[in-house]
Write a protein that binds this ligand. Structure first.
Ligand code: ZN
Length: 374
């Protein structure tokens, strides 16, 4: 299942929204309509409070987008292609295809987001003062007050030096410049990220003991999210470091056992799956590869149909998602597998299969190389 959907394209960068964002959006609207605006404007009616809450939440959404876009634009300027932006629970992630090439680039990219948030805070503060002194409707004063506060908080929160927050990236850039070792820098910075995450979780538990249930749950929630993000981005860097430059053609499985499109499932099980114990086989018709058949898909067919069903009827047909070029890198394959959910890719050249590659192959290569390179 996809966890996010495409919203729009800004400056040629696809923007996706994670489904978790809708829960948060609803929570924010609810909190604003029930607590924040009734406190700032008790004289306005509930309908107006809800309307203000929706407008404020949408502007918050736009503020987060502006924060992420500023990272992405700096990245693009420094020749780091951005595949897209995904807006998450509290902020977003810009998907870079490569790691920044130098500490300075990383620093500029990381600082761009908080700078944008602080600029927005300043703008909303200016508007707030303007609306206030010139007697604009009270609702406008309160909405701009909220956006001033929330952009200030986003700016400050992101400066916390725990990787992968922006502050953590700035910290990593400094460590990287000092140690001249990206992996070491990432390791220290993500350790700080985890430490901060546990601090938040502890703070959350303390709050709950003091009967501040809702803020407590928020702290715990953000803490878990951060600790997971710190782990994931560290793994990612290590993977990129170790697997970087490994071409698929160099480590794919070349002695391929393929099956004929007309073979029945029963024969396929007896003569191939039992014999070779692979989880999938490429399927050939007229000397051309037409797809992949997996044990998983065979099991979906009722057993009494096995003698009469042919391989061709249940294959995963050849497509761009199922194939990869031999000149691509191991990480490209992993990214593709993660995106499509296929555990195997076929390496095809002129409609002939020249190799097959499974997620396990890549993991084995990774273990082997980390063993050797320490
Ligand atoms: Zn940021």
């Amino acid at each position: 299942m996809k966890k996010s959907f495409k919203l729009t394209k800004v400056f040629n960068i696809p923007v996706e929204v994670n489904y978790s964002w809708f829960i948060i959006l609803a929570l924010i609207v609810f909190t604003l309509a029930m607590n924040f605006f009734p406190a700032t404007d008790p004289e306005l009616n509930p309908f107006t409070h809800w309307l203000m809450a929706i407008i404020a939440a949408l502007l918050l959404f736009a503020s987060l987008l502006a924060h992420e876009l500023s990272h992405s634009l700096v990245a693009q300027k420094n020749n780091l292609p951005i595949k897209g932006i995904t807006l998450f629970v509290f902020g977003g992630v810009a998907h870079m295809e490569k790691e920044p090439q130098s500490p300075m680039v990383e620093f500029k990219m990381a600082i761009a987001g908080p700078l944008m948030s602080f600029t927005l805070a300043l703008i909303f503060f200016g508007l707030n003062q303007f609306f206030y002194y010139f007697y604009f409707p009270k609702a406008l004063v309160s909405i701009t007050l909220y956006l001033f506060l929330v952009n200030l908080i986003i700016g400050i929160f992101n400066l916390i030096p725990g990787f992968p927050l922006d502050g953590g990236r700035i910290f990593r850039a400094a460590l990287w410049a000092y140690f001249k070792d990206l992996r070491k820098a990432t390791s220290i910075a993500s350790w700080c990220g985890r430490a901060f995450a546990f601090f938040l979780i502890a703070l959350g538990i303390l709050n709950i003991f003091n009967r501040n249930i809702i803020p407590g749950l928020w702290f715990i929630f953000i803490g878990f999210f951060l600790s997971e993000a710190a782990d994931a981005s560290y793994r990612n860097v290590v993977m990129k470091n170790i697997l970087g430059g490994m071409r698929i053609g160099d480590f794919m499985t070349k002695d391929i056992i393929s099956v004929n499109a007309k073979i029945t499932l029963e024969k396929l099980i007896d003569d191939y799956f039992f014999k070779y114990r692979h989880a999938a086989f490429p399927v050939i018709e007229d000397d051309k590869v037409i797809g992949l058949i997996t044990l998983h898909d065979i099991k979906e067919v009722p057993r009494d149909k096995w003698p009469t069903t042919h391989a061709k009827e249940i294959i995963i047909p050849l497509s761009r998602d199922l194939t990869i070029n031999k000149n691509k890198e191991a990480l490209d394959a992993l990214t593709k597998m993660a995106r499509t959910g296929f555990g195997r890719l076929l390496v095809v050249e002129d409609s002939k299969i020249i190799g097959i590659l499974s997620q396990k192959d890549i993991m084995r290569l990774f273990e082997f190389k980390s063993e050797i390179e320490g």
